[in-house]
Design a protein around this ligand. Structure first.
Ligand code: AMP
Length: 118
């Protein structure tokens, strides 16, 4: 099995360390939210924890509060962006479409969204 890089080595780790710019929409002690560089809808924001967790599959009971916080921030960001309806997505693993191995919650909205995903 191919080992994924430690999430601090990812592009999101570099954003968290201030080494790469981002279009920030929210930040607190636990997480950061910024616009996706390749938006799939009029609103496409990523909410990432400051703690380097590679993917949801790696989260444990010790992350319960943090995961709840990320979802509440996702909802807050959606409202802040003027959305009443939106989609939150967490891809876990390459086959699920994850490309950056630092846990992130997509907040996508501003247009009608089809289901099921591809
Ligand atoms: P995923 O495919 O679920 O791992 O999502 C990764 C997301 O990160 C994709 O939607 C990319 O467009 C986005 N992305 C990659 N690099 C950056 C970056 N530097 N700033 C903002 N979003 C990025």
């Amino acid at each position: 099995m191919t080992r994924q890089p430690a999430s601090s080595d990812t592009i999101f780790g570099r954003i968290l360390r201030g080494e790469l710019p981002c279009d920030q929409v929210y930040a607190d002690d636990l997480c950061l939210a910024f616009r996706d560089v390749q938006p799939q809808a009029p609103v496409h924001v990523l909410v990432i924890p400051r703690e380097p967790i590679a993917q949801l599959a790696d989260a444990g009971p010790e992350h319960q509060e943090l995961l709840g916080h990320l979802l509440l921030v996702a909802a807050q960001v959606a409202r802040q962006e003027g959305l009443s309806d939106w989609r939150t997505v967490i891809n876990s693993g390459a086959e699920a479409g994850q490309t950056v191995f630092h846990l992130h919650v997509h907040v996508i909205g501003g247009r009608a969204l089809a289901w099921p995903p591809g």
